[in-house]
Design a protein. Structure first.
Length: 252
């Protein structure tokens, strides 16, 4: 079940949401510094992060799942938002270069079908970045943030899912090492929590950020089977008449 669009907007307008956005944006910047003249799609609720990339892109769209709801984006400009089904995106094959999934995969009804659809719309060599709650982290256990809803993932689960759907994971990052507290005194210490978390407890981050590249070719499974060749035994050289068919000398 998706988190409602109203709840998502309220969270990102709160102090906790703003510092969470800063932490995740720092992790995203370590993977995507710039996207010069590329076509970018954000799937889920990615608008807080799309603003950081769209200045360099050729064009940027915000696709929001029907179960979540949609808002107009960017504000005071022509809308680049579409309400979509994540398994049937309104794009032709190989239409975009990058896809950013935030508050998306953990709510997908069928994650494999969603990633297969992402694979379809990505151009050859295209990349996807997925931000999902870490099942080992504290944020996945707290329901007062959007990261406490949906299906959390471990790094191994997400990597296996990407490989099953013809993606090659290439880079990873972590974010949200500070506790999801609304107390200002705790949030002021977030930078220290982030530095220490990356050094001492990276497996307990609040979210996992994984980049993967579209794979065009893959090996096919080979089944064990018996040989298809049929060997016919040959008892006599072909073309040589048998001696039993020749008459003996002097015979009438």
């Amino acid at each position: 079940m998706h988190v409602d669009i109203v709840e998502l907007r309220q969270f990102y307008h709160s102090l906790l949401g703003r510092v969470a956005e800063q932490s995740i944006a720092m992790a995203l910047s370590s993977l995507w510094a710039r996207l010069p003249e590329e076509r970018l799609v954000g799937l889920g609720y990615a608008v807080p992060y799309l603003d950081r990339f769209r200045a360099d892109t050729e064009r940027t769209f915000a696709f929001m799942p029907a179960g979540q709801g949609a808002v107009n984006w960017p504000p005071a400009e022509a809308s680049a938002t579409a309400l979509v089904f994540d398994e049937e995106l309104p794009l032709p094959d190989s239409a975009v270069d990058r896809v950013l999934m935030v508050h998306s995969l953990e709510f997908a009804e069928n994650p494999r079908e969603t990633l297969k659809e992402i694979w379809r719309v990505l151009a050859p060599g295209g990349r996807v970045v997925i931000v999902v709650p870490n099942r080992r982290g504290v944020w996945a256990r707290m329901e007062h943030t959007p990261f406490g809803s949906g299906r959390p993932y471990s790094r191994g689960q997400l990597t296996a899912l990407l490989r099953e759907t013809n993606f090659t994971p290439s880079a990873t990052a972590e974010a949200l090492f500070f506790p999801p507290s609304k107390i200002k005194a705790v949030l002021k210490l977030r930078r220290g929590f982030e530095r220490m978390g990356r050094m001492f407890w990276p497996v307990f981050s609040g979210v996992i950020v994984v980049e993967a590249q579209k794979r065009l070719y893959q090996g096919l499974p080979v089944a064990v089977r018996s040989s298809r060749r049929v060997f016919a035994p040959v008892l006599a050289p072909q073309g040589v008449p048998s001696t039993r068919c020749l008459p003996e000398p002097g015979a009438t």
